[in-house]
Design a protein around this ligand. Structure first.
Ligand code: BES
Ligand code: MN
Ligand code: ZN
Length: 497
């Protein structure tokens, strides 16, 4: 989709293809609709009344060939009671509108829906939500389709002299962030026979060619062995696909300022290993690399925006498979930190690859570290499919993440990790830690495990097991979450700190 913003003058001489205009309950016409109604000698209001389209949410009508008016069609969108419109309802309306535009393959749109003042809902976010929802609803992954379909159109926002900067800035950020989201989805939706840890490292390397502020370092098995990253190495022992860690450095600030590190779990397929998962829905475990995809998409957007900041995005690529060479329940593994972990369940592999990287990155003296991982089914039980789990060892960082999540409506909810009882659950009798504990508070005990490796810096963990993908016609598709929130966190870091 292409977005532009312009001051549009509607008169009996304007000849646009399609105009999208709001109406409120009880036939309350918006200013622009009133104007067209006048031009057409009450034609609009008469038709609305004939059809009882009084402006409720979900009531829409397309009008063609309006008297004295040259535009091909206008779509009138019911927006409910005028001062009861809010962000949630607005998003619902936007989803309805995009479906109409797709259904009729409308190619050029003049947009009046952001022209409204809505309490507690800034114009900037209304524009961003519009772009986000349009991009989400027009995204197609047709690489493996014989017949490829496209929907693309041009949307022109109507602006006023006093708000054009808001439009231009929202379009700029909306475009860059949605490009990052699209790039991430295009990787995450790939099948696990193509998207391997090696593939992730190749995608990372390519960023170095594309952006002059990016440099990429790949850690292979040999380097990991030298560093003592045995927990990381254990997970992929059963797989023919070798593990690779991609370290993507984005430097747009003076070299000295401390970097923010984003670490993404990149299990390109999680079979569970020897603790094999049931076959039902196992194909969805190709999405166990969505944390890595999210940090890739975030750095992509940040590089597009040339944000003046230092960020390191790390893709923790590995595959968890059973074989005679695989790691087993019962094994004890020495992590890079020196802590020994008793393996209880080979399906709790995420924390094992993450913990060694959490030790490795101490050398960067990070300002903040945020890991993003499809870590636990327990998080899905706790928070469902629209809110990601947030766990942290630092209140300030936590608040910043919550702020970014509220702004972008890319929601997170904090779960506690500051209770000794949780830590008791991950104690081993014969080693320092077990990698998995009994059924309760699984999202939290996983985070407690990670927190043992993050004591040298401010850290937050985001469990996206419930939010990394969603269902379209009962089948999974990558959601690109939480890229919006992460980008906003970084943007705030530059402009609000
Ligand atoms: N990748 C899974 C978590 C997951 C499950 C993500 C369902 C999305 C949907 C993770 O590696 C895993 O298997 N976790 C185990 C941990 C347990 C063995 C302690 C789980 O959640 O069952
Ligand atoms: Mn697992
Ligand atoms: Zn996993």
């Amino acid at each position: 989709m292409k977005y532009t913003a312009e001051k549009i003058n509607i008169s009996n001489k304007s000849s646009f293809d399609c105009i999208v205009i709001p109406i409120f309950e009880q036939y309350k016409l918006s200013k622009i609709l009133k104007k067209i109604n006048d031009i057409s000698n009450n034609y609009i209001l008469n038709i609305l009344k004939e059809n009882s389209i009084q402006g409720k949410i979900n009531q829409n009508i397309i009008l063609y060939k309006i008297p004295n008016f040259l535009c091909n069609k206008i779509i009138i969108i019911g927006c409910g009671i005028e001062n009861k419109l809010n962000r949630e309802k607005n998003k619902l309306i936007l989803n309805n509108v995009i479906n109409i535009l797709k259904k009729y393959s409308i190619k050029e749109i003049i947009w009046y829906l952001t022209d409204l003042k809505i309490d507690n809902y800034k114009l900037y976010w209304n524009i961003r939500d519009t772009i986000d929802i349009f991009e989400k609803n027009t995204y197609l992954f047709h690489r493996f389709k014989k017949n490829k379909s496209y929907f693309s159109s041009k949307l022109k926002f109507n602006i006023h002299d006093n708000n054009k900067d808001i439009y231009f800035s929202a379009i700029k950020y909306g475009n860059a962030i949605n490009l990052g989201i699209k790039k991430a989805k295009n990787i995450a939706n790939l099948p696990p026979n193509i998207c391997t840890p090696k593939y992730l490292s190749i995608k990372a390397k390519k960023l170095q060619k594309k952006y002059k502020n990016i440099s990429v370092k790949i850690l292979d098995e040999k380097i990991m062995q030298k560093k003592g990253m045995n927990a990381y190495l254990a997970v992929s022992k059963g797989s023919k696909n070798k593990p690779f860690i991609s370290i993507i450095k984005y430097n747009f600030n003076d070299k000295k300022s401390q970097p923010i590190i984003l670490l993404g779990k990149g299990i390109t397929f999680d079979s569970g290993g020897i603790s094999l998962k049931p076959s039902r829905n196992m194909e969805e475990m190709k999405y166990d690399m969505c944390g890595a995809a999210a940090v890739y998409g975030t750095i992509y957007a940040i590089a597009e925006l040339k944000l003046p900041i230092n960020v390191i995005a790390i893709l923790a690529g590995s595959e968890n498979m059973p074989s005679s060479n695989a790691y087993r329940p019962g094994d004890i593994i020495k992590t890079m930190s020196g802590l020994n972990v008793e393996i209880v369940n080979t399906d709790a592999e995420g924390r094992l690859i993450l913990c060694d990287i959490l030790s490795y990155i101490e050398k960067y003296k990070p300002k903040y570290v945020i890991d993003i991982a499809t870590l636990t089914g327990a998080c899905v039980i706790a928070l469902g499919n629209n809110i990601s789990g947030l766990m942290s060892n630092n209140n300030i960082l936590c608040k910043k993440i919550i702020t970014a999540s509220l702004e972008t409506d890319d929601r997170v909810w904090e779960l506690p990790i500051n209770d000794k009882k949780y830590f008791d659950k991950i104690k081993s009798n014969i080693a320092d830690l077990v990698n998995s504990s009994d059924g309760v508070a699984g999202a939290i005990t996983a985070a407690c495990f990670l927190s043992k490796f993050t004591q040298k810096y401010k850290w937050a963990h985001i469990d996206i097991a419930g939010t990394a993908w969603y269902y379209v016609n009962q089948k999974a598709m990558s959601s690109g979450r939480p890229i919006s929130m992460l980008c906003q966190f970084l943007i705030n870091q530059v402009y609000n700190d």
